[in-house]
Design a protein around this ligand. Structure first.
Ligand SMILES: CC(C)(COP(=O)(O)OP(=O)(O)OC[C@H]1O[C@@H](n2cnc3c(N)ncnc32)[C@H](O)[C@@H]1OP(=O)(O)O)[C@@H](O)C(=O)NCCC(=O)NCCS
Length: 177
């Protein structure tokens, strides 16, 4: 862990430009990306799946260095969350910013009453923050994806108990499968 000083707070309108740039730069070299995550976030902010309290930024010395977004999803009628996307400025990666954004996001989500979240991502990264294969809960993605990369977390005890099915993302994700 580096000694980087940063705070995490709710994203505000004045951050939109910085967040756009950070997402674009963070995903630039990522093979699994369509490199359009910054546009997805712009669309999600205007959608009914958006929860302002769950769009967070990390700031160091007054500059935005990371962003995380959780939006509403449904699984067999239950409202849960999807973590997507998570972006840390390339200059600030590996310093604990991504992990802090995830933990703070989980805390804020649980305080709002959300019971669980799903994420599609690296199986070496998200388990550090409590995620495990969603298939164990019989929660499935609406697209083809290796089982180990589609994960979920219970934000409260037994949060996903009795919730099974295929995830319905906001239409803005453009998932057709
Ligand atoms: C992935 C990402 C958000 C991680 O943020 P970060 O601030 O660099 O991560 P942290 O410093 O909090 O890392 C915590 C731990 O995860 C590890 N880690 C970081 N990125 C990782 C990755 N892609 N795969 C596996 N492990 C990773 C770190 O080595 C660290 O391990 P440690 O706790 O054992 O030291 C950031 O690297 C990023 O923006 N990447 C490009 C965009 C992206 O891939 N987003 C996620 C889509 S699933």
């Amino acid at each position: 862990m580096s000694g980087l000083n940063f705070i995490i707070r709710r994203e505000e309108e004045r951050d939109y430009g910085d967040v756009f740039n950070i997402i674009e730069r963070a995903f630039k070299g990522v093979d699994q990306s369509d490199h359009r995550e910054q546009f997805l976030v712009e669309k999600l902010r205007k959608s009914s799946a958006f929860i302002p309290e769950l769009s967070l930024v990390a700031c160091s010395r007054g500059s935005v260095v990371g962003h995380i977004l959780f939006t509403k999803i449904h699984v067999s009628g239950h409202e849960l969350l999807a973590l997507a996307p998570l972006s840390v400025s390339p200059d600030y990666q590996g310093m604990g910013v991504g992990g802090a954004l995830i933990r703070q996001g989980h805390k804020a989500a649980a305080a709002l009453g959300y019971r669980g979240a799903v994420v599609m991502g690296h199986e070496g990264y998200y388990p550090k923050f409590g995620y495990g294969p969603a298939v164990r809960y019989k929660i499935f993605p609406p697209f083809e994806c290796p089982a180990e990369n589609f994960m979920c977390i219970e934000l409260v005890e037994d949060g996903l108990k009795g919730i099974e099915g295929v995830v319905e993302y906001a239409p803005e994700f453009g998932i057709t499968g």
